[in-house]
Design a binder for this molecule. Structure first.
Ligand SMILES: Nc1nc2c(c(=O)[nH]1)N[C@H]1C(S)=C(S)[C@@H](COP(=O)(O)OP(=O)(O)OC[C@H]3O[C@@H](n4cnc5c(=O)[nH]c(N)nc54)[C@H](O)[C@@H]3O)O[C@H]1N2
Ligand SMILES: Nc1nc2c(c(=O)[nH]1)N[C@H]1C(S)=C(S)[C@@H](COP(=O)(O)OP(=O)(O)OC[C@H]3O[C@@H](n4cnc5c(=O)[nH]c(N)nc54)[C@H](O)[C@@H]3O)O[C@H]1N2
Ligand code: SF4
Ligand SMILES: [Mo]
Length: 710
């Protein structure tokens, strides 16, 4: 792009922090990235960017960033050369392989790796070649329930029909707070504005959420305050009520098979029966069912608040069924597939029934292992993990069970952490390797393909060269591969072409070349989500229809009945802890951004409804101990009248990261100390962790000198 002032240039790029991939303009002065602005010329985000994205410049120049490879041994930390680092890692991996085989080596890929098109080139080259199968990633703390459900219903893990926000008349949104998070599995920049526009057109919007969030309100729609971890029963009751009153839309019989199985399942959960467990009056459930079914066009979407419950897979199934039985699947204003560039739905074909296997720690889905078992694979496995490579992740803080994870990380013979920062996990690393950040690498936004409401492809150059000795992940992995004598992109005749081969292949599948994409520096618009394409192009079941009651769900359905009885028998006063995000954070990695840690963001308090606080004799600022069956944390109290009584909330991503100055000053506590982990703690068909709706006990902290509680 053109220069502006002397020594100044402006380069179009895009954000790689969360799913919308908003267009940014990087202002570079005297070769330094000085600031970021929203890109007004972007064909899709059109001048929208949030504070997290714009704070990227602060992350780029953060003095606490990792700038050189670090080696830790005997409690000492030393700066080493890249040759030493990759050589040392290769030597240890080789000897572990020889002595213990590939099962001794594991990989954890964190969330930011999904926004990096180049990670995918070095990773398979190294790990698949070594025969490494113990691969973990952040999806089992995020959304793996959706992959399992989609595989069972549609025969592919990559088909996730998007709510057609611009044309719908009714929208049921469960477990998502778009104004803060900007959404997931639905890629629209400024999703909140889309909601206000839909509401202004007259669309009815329900937010099913134990908390009255920033997204709900008079400009969008009403909150349906549900008890945590009970969405599956609400959805079953809605379908049952529709079946009983207006009946299923005739198109459902054409689109789906096994509708009788679906009917039989939901018949157990009429509104009257689920009302108490869900905490929603039966009359309200009937009303929502009636209005959803009567809307000319209706859509639904659910996100992490439901994914992180115990039954995210079944909930996603039933949400999809609600759309299908009302004739809204693949129809304008309903749920429709995003426009793909790469044929992801075809490539991600699968059969859930064959993918659930007996693992060493119980049933699980083949593929990415449950994060909730990471510590067990190190500490308890017959053939334990002895080395772990972590790329763009911070499992110590983001996976349930901090205490066990500390022991596990400690026990490893080799821990390699490739990151922007010396993060909390990196405290245990033998090798801590400095990664280039998103402004230091060329990239293509391959992550969102198929989940964007308006699909675009964007190529960005590296805005500035990597500072100091930061390197891109593909290069680091390719160097390790070289040192181990494995094939490596760096040995290709033309490494630059070779390292883009995967991206070029993906683009070619959509009839595009990188040159064509590069010609559109603000992004190349490809097209909008398309009604009519789901059955025509995307579904991958053998008969081309949706399986409305997959046999692979048998065990989950039996659990569903058991969990219902358990919830019905529970003390109604039992406090439940839910997940919560803040606009000034991004999981665990904005912990050192000054703008995000101002004012009251000195810790992550336990938020309570004022009535609960009063009942427990707690006032804002009081210190409390929060205890679950899995662990405890100490924090302070804050009030949130938006919380449903009986529900408490805490933000994740906090907890001491000793390498980060602001984290040392304002560490907060890791809520994952309270979360279930180990065998039996995750959804076995999807490997999804349980991170919301956790029964907790809250009591005031008594200092040792104070009289004991009676
Ligand atoms: N209790 C609870 N736990 C949760 C959640 C919750 O709601 N409640 N949310 C879950 C969710 S949705 C997710 S996605 C996971 C996330 O879990 P993780 O992916 O494990 O963690 P993040 O905090 O996203 O950390 C990412 C790390 O990547 C680094 N990083 C950023 N960009 C780059 C890059 O370009 N290259 C490299 N090499 N490193 C980079 C950051 O510095 C940071 O250390 O956490 C989950 N954990
Ligand atoms: N500012 C910010 N933005 C982010 C992130 C961040 O950490 N901070 N993380 C990014 C990542 S990795 C992801 S995956 C996305 C996630 O994006 P979303 O899935 O939209 O996540 P949240 O905004 O946390 O919304 C989850 C909602 O679920 C509600 N909830 C909790 N338990 C339950 C329940 O049992 N039932 C129902 N119905 N609701 C429940 C919570 O009150 C909360 O409002 O956000 C991304 N964007
Ligand atoms: S919404 Fe996400 S992608 Fe867009 S600017 Fe914010 S952090 Fe970046
Ligand atoms: Mo996530």
């Amino acid at each position: 792009m053109s220069g502006v002032g002397p020594g100044e240039r402006r380069t179009a790029t895009y954000c790689r922090v969360c799913e919308p991939a908003c267009g940014l303009v990087a202002v570079v002065r005297e070769g330094e990235l000085v600031t970021l602005e929203p890109d007004r010329d972007h064909p899709v985000s059109g001048g929208f960017a949030c504070r997290k994205g714009l704070a990227g410049a602060a992350i780029h120049s953060d003095p606490d960033r990792l700038d050189h490879p670090l080696h830790r041994f005997d409690g000492e930390t030393e700066v080493r050369s890249w040759d030493d680092a990759v050589g040392g890692i290769a030597t240890t991996l080789t000897s572990l392989l020889e002595e213990y085989g590939p099962e001794s080596i594991g990989l954890y890929m964190g969330n930011p790796a999904s926004f990096n098109s180049q990670v995918g080139i070095g990773t398979p080259e190294l790990f698949a070649r070594l025969g490494v199968t113990r691969v973990f990633n952040s999806a089992t703390q995020d959304c793996s329930n959706k992959f399992a459900a989609a595989t069972a219903m549609f025969g592919t893990s990559a088909l996730h029909p998007l709510p057609d926000l611009r044309r719908t008349d009714a929208l049921l949104l469960l477990g998502s707070n778009w104004r803060v998070s900007k959404g997931s599995f639905l890629v629209v920049p400024n999703a909140y504005r889309e909601l206000t526009e839909a509401a202004a057109r007259g669309a009815r919007i329900w937010f099913v959420n134990p908390r009255d969030t920033e997204t709900a309100g008079s400009r969008t729609g009403e909150t349906v305050p549900i008890r945590p971890d009970t969405d599956v029963y609400l959805l079953a009751a809605l379908i049952h009520e529709i079946d009983r009153t207006v009946g299923f839309d005739p198109v459902a019989g054409e689109q789906g098979t096994h509708l009788d199985g679906l009917r039989a399942f939901v018949a157990d959960f009429p509104p009257e029966r689920v009302a108490e467990v869900c905490g929603i009056p039966a009359e309200r459930i009937r009303e929502i069912a009636r209005d959803f079914a009567a809307a000319p066009r209706a859509a639904a979407h659910m996100s992490t608040g439901v994914n992180m419950g115990r039954q995210g897979m079944l909930a996603y199934w039933l949400m999809t069924m609600l759309v299908l039985v009302t004739g809204n699947l693949d129809r304008e204003g309903g749920n429709i597939p995003g426009r793909e560039v790469y044929p992801a739905t075809l490539k991600a074909r699968g059969d859930l029934a064959r993918e659930v296997v007996d693992g060493e720690f119980g049933p699980m889905r083949r593929g990415h292992l449950p994060g909730a078992l990471l510590a067990d694979y190190v500490l308890d496995a017959e053939r334990p993990l002895r080395a772990l490579v972590v790329i763009a992740g911070n499992p110590l803080l983001t996976i349930p069970g901090e205490e066990r994870l500390r022991k596990a990380l400690e026990a490893l013979e080799l821990l390699v952490v490739i990151d922007l920062y010396p993060n909390a996990t990196g405290e245990y690393a033998d090798w801590l390797l400095p990664a280039a950040d998103m402004f230091e690498r060329a990239d293509v936004n391959v992550a969102g393909l198929g989940m964007q409401a308006s699909t675009f492809v964007q190529w960005t150059p590296a805005v500035v060269p990597p500072r100091h000795e930061r390197r891109e992940e593909w290069w680091i992995l390719a160097r390790i591969a070289q040192e181990m004598g494995l094939p490596s992109v760096l040995d290709a005749e033309d490494p630059e072409t070779a390292r883009w081969s995967r991206v070029d292949h993906m683009l070619a599948a959509g009839g595009l070349t990188r040159e064509q994409v590069t010609a559109f520096p603000h992004g190349l618009p490809v097209g909008d989500a398309e009604p009519g394409s789901l059955f025509a192009r995307h579904i991958q079941t053998a008969d081309g229809r949706v399986d409305c009651r997959p046999a692979a769900f048998d065990a989950a359905i039996a659990r569903c009945a058991r969990i219902f009885d358990e919830l019905a028998a529970e003390d109604p006063a039992q406090l439940k802890l839910i997940a919560r995000r803040d606009a000034k954070a991004q999981n665990s990695w904005y912990a050192n951004v000054p703008e995000m840690k101002r004012g009251d963001r000195d810790r992550n308090p336990l938020t309570l409804n004022p009535a609960d606080a009063e009942r427990l004799g707690l006032a804002p600022g009081d210190e409390v101990v929060v205890r679950s069956a899995w662990g405890e944390v100490q924090t302070s109290v804050a009030l949130d009248p938006g919380l449903r009584p009986g529900v408490v909330a805490m933000e994740h991503g906090w907890g001491l990261q000793p390498g980060l100055r602001l984290s040392r000053e304002r560490p907060g506590v890791n809520v994952n100390r309270l979360m279930p982990h180990g065998p039996g703690s995750y959804e076995p068909e999807s490997n999804m962790a349980r991170l919301t709706g956790i029964p907790v006990e809250v009591r005031p902290l008594r200092l040792p000198s104070a009289p004991a509680m009676v």
